[in-house]
Write a protein that binds this ligand. Structure first.
Ligand code: GLN
Length: 537
């Protein structure tokens, strides 16, 4: 069977949840025993989102092979429980870089290099790349941005050409739109959908399925109207109603028969019915928790939920594994001080100090670590959060009052956190951090070992600084134990306080590997510890 390609475009507005629809569709097809992957094509000119401020684009998601990618890839992995890779996120910047490099090599000698065909050819080559590996029955491509944006035109043009080049039964376009409800008129409005489909059609692309985001159920006559004006059959107009959880969307799409319509068009009607037993069991637990815990997420990007997407999702997985609802309270580290810390953290059953970059909010994070350590509240530090735990310990237990990371103070007399050796000669910022999966060896007598139940683990990284080995012995003697190290370089990856009921700091990002089917073990143990802490109060 040839590989099938599904393109997911979006109209009307951004933030309609294209990534969730794509992931849900992929889940449904995967549940029918098909091999599915999803890729995202982003129209911006950055080579990758690694250099983007989290306020603009949310969290930067890191793959096993060390690509800094769009946060939608996190959804793909959390839904499918399958790793993505460098090839799964393409930007305009990447496309142009390839084409310009080829031009300099002389590959187009004599030709004028143009958007059509050179840029669109490169887009098409990348759109088909994963399908050509033979590893997938279906490749879903999500186009970032909204149809009608100038910058997404070459991508839409590439889809048009593929729709024309590929056999009809191998290629399909799903268009996601919004059907708003006007309260004053008590009416659902289809005009924005009509306009956005028309825009797509003006660019030569005919959507095969229209998915309508809506806050109210869409009656049959309205669906028929959308179908008529958008040139699809009424059963190809799918309602995507607001859900209580993103993890419910695959079931909602199944009820709407999104997968059936697509498989019919692909002439693949002989696939087994979707097996979503485990998924449904997860939802059952998610919606019927037996208890609750309150966890503080101490960070500086708190105004935008998407900045800590993977951490928040990991708490949903870990909470569900504990049959417990996790109430995550974001605490702005910039505004934590000695006077208000009790008020901000006093009621919390666990404290997580978040990853981050730069000076803002650093002292608040250090105070939060100290609070967790002294009050014996379960503590979990991730990346910068782990580095702050080391600084706090050096300052308050070793008495090195000026202990700091050289990220903030390059001339501190006590650089307990310092730039990694291989980072020192680098001047370029993009794509040069320590990125992707690295192995870590655990001490047998440790919290980390009890959590993972094995000596060798592998987790993903994204940082430039590390626990300075010149201080490891002194800090260890004082009671903070390095319990996980990189077996090749000796870099400290995990620190713990054995005297504390639950205190763990990790240099890696465990939140990047938590999925519905495989909740991340540290998160699961942290929620459990928070529950125990709550019970003991
Ligand atoms: N800024 C720190 C570093 O580069 C931590 C990075 C992070 O938290 N992801 O090492």
């Amino acid at each position: 069977m040839s590989t099938k390609y599904i393109f997911v475009t979006g109209g009307v507005t951004s933030s309609l949840g294209k990534g969730i629809i794509a992931a849900s569709l992929a889940k449904l097809l995967q549940a029918r025993n098909l091999r599915v992957t999803i890729q995202k094509f982003d129209p911006y000119i950055n080579i990758d989102p690694g250099t983007l401020n989290p306020y603009e684009h949310g969290e930067c998601y890191v793959t096993e092979d060390g690509a800094e990618t769009d946060l939608d890839l996190g959804h793909y992995e959390r839904f499918l429980n399958v790793y993505t890779s460098k090839a799964n996120n393409v930007t305009t910047g990447k496309i142009y870089r390839t084409v310009i490099d080829k031009e300099r090599e002389g590959a187009y000698l004599g030709k004028t290099v143009q958007v059509i065909p050179h840029i669109t050819d490169e887009i098409k080559r990348r759109m088909l790349l994963l399908g050509k590996t033979g590893n997938y029955d279906i490749v879903i491509t999500e186009l970032g941005g909204t149809v009608g944006d100038i910058e997404s035109l070459p991508f839409v043009e590439a889809v048009r050409q593929l729709q024309w080049e590929l056999p009809d039964e191998d290629c399909l376009v799903v268009h996601l739109t919004l059907v708003p409800y006007l309260n004053a008129a008590k009416e659902l409005k289809t005009k924005p959908t009509q306009h956005s489909v028309r825009m797509l059609q003006q660019n030569g692309v005919n959507p095969n399925v229209i998915v309508c985001r809506t806050e109210h159920p869409i009656p049959y006559d309205i669906r028929k109207k959308v179908a008529l004006f958008c040139n699809v059959k009424p059963n190809a107009v799918i309602e995507s109603i607001d859900a209580a959880s993103i993890y419910e969307v695959p079931l909602i799409m199944m009820k709407e028969k999104l997968d059936e319509i697509i498989l019919q068009k692909f002439h693949m009607t002989d696939t087994p019915a979707p097996d979503l037993k485990d998924w449904t069991a997860f939802l059952q637990k998610l919606f019927h928790p037996k208890c609750e815990v309150d966890i503080a997420l101490v960070g500086k990007y708190v105004e935008l939920q998407d900045a800590y997407k993977s951490i928040l999702e990991s708490f949903i997985h870990a909470g569900t594994a504990n049959e417990c609802k996790v109430n995550v309270h974001t605490v702005h580290s910039e505004f934590v001080d000695g006077n208000n810390i009790e008020e901000k953290l006093g009621g919390m059953d666990g404290i997580l100090v978040a990853p981050g970059f730069g000076e803002r909010g650093i002292e608040g994070k250090i105070l939060a670590v100290q609070y967790a350590r002294e009050h014996k509240v379960p503590f979990f530090g991730i990346c910068l959060g782990m580095q702050m735990a080391v600084i706090e310990y050096a300052r308050n237990i070793l008495g090195l009052k000026d202990a700091m990371t050289t990220e903030i103070n390059p001339t501190t007399p006590n650089p307990v956190i310092d730039l990694m050796e291989e980072q020192k000669s680098l001047t370029i910022k993009g794509g040069t951090m320590r990125l992707g999966a690295y192995e870590c060896e655990l001490e047998e007598n440790s919290l980390a070992y009890r959590i993972y139940g094995k000596r060798r683990i592998s987790e993903r990284h994204r940082h430039r600084y590390e626990f300075n080995n010149n201080y490891v012995e002194r800090i260890k003697e004082a009671g903070m134990i390095p319990t996980g190290k990189n077996p090749d370089t000796g870099l400290v990856e995990i620190v713990e306080l054995p005297e504390h009921p639950f205190f763990i700091g990790v240099q890696f990002h465990p939140e990047l590997k938590s999925t519905v089917e495989r909740p991340q073990p540290i998160f699961v143990a942290f929620v459990k510890a928070a529950l125990e802490h709550k019970a003991s109060r």
